[in-house]
Ligand binder design. Structure first.
Ligand SMILES: [Zn+2]
Ligand SMILES: [Zn+2]
Length: 204
């Protein structure tokens, strides 16, 4: 598992922001942070990403470096949390103008799938089979290569265009919760933490 980003949609420094943290980030790239993104690597060199951010290029490069056994261009699949730009805008890199993706599996919730199919430029990615949509259902784990399972959990967030999910990831030795965006903590949310070793949570 490789943490490829931990910031909000706009990253840090954020365009146009004059706060102390963003000013510091501009002055010192070491304190800059990319939008939230998690890389998953299995023992056979399989590589998956959770979310496709505006910093997709550098995050994919880091994921590929981390999975040294394979240098394939596009990831073996991408899981999307929701339709806010910091979480899916990086898909543009799979289009013909950049990487010309070839059937990259995209795991999405049903409303998210409809959003991508109905709106350009995402609709072209689907039509040209740059990406292939796989619909998930809340609570049902997706098995990856026998070693990893990724389970979507619905969370409350501004759901204008899609559902919003967190992911519970189960590997051979550890379990992780990845929850980048949530607006309020619903009753019983701490149950999500009971059986995980590490939890990354929305801290805003
Ligand atoms: Zn700022
Ligand atoms: Zn969001």
């Amino acid at each position: 598992m490789i943490v490829l980003g931990t910031a909000q949609d706009g990253g840090l420094p954020q365009a146009g922001c004059d706060c102390e943290a963003c000013r510091a980030g501009r002055g010192n790239p070491a304190t800059a942070r990319r939008p939230s993104c998690l890389g998953l690597v299995d023992g056979n060199g399989g590589r998956w990403m959770i979310d496709a951010t505006p910093e997709f290029g550098s995050q994919l490069a880091e994921l590929n470096r981390g999975a040294a056994s394979r240098t394939g261009k596009t990831p073996d699949g991408i899981f999307l949390t929701h339709a806010h730009v910091g979480h899916y805008a990086g898909l543009v890199n799979l289009g013909r103008e950049v990487m010309s993706g070839d059937g990259v599996p995209l795991w999405v919730m049903p409303r998210m799938a409809g959003f991508l199919e109905m709106n350009q430029p995402w609709a072209s990615l689907v039509k040209e089979r740059r990406v292939v949509l796989h619909e998930m259902s809340a609570g049902s784990p997706v098995q990856l290569g026998g070693q990893l399972a990724v389970q979507p959990i619905l969370v409350p967030h501004r759901d204008e265009f899609s559902e919003t999910v967190a992911f519970r990831i189960e590997g051979p030795s550890r379990r992780v919760l990845w929850l980048p965006d949530i607006d309020r903590w619903p009753e019983g949310w701490t149950d999500w933490l009971i059986d995980v070793d590490v939890a990354w949570l929305d801290g805003t």
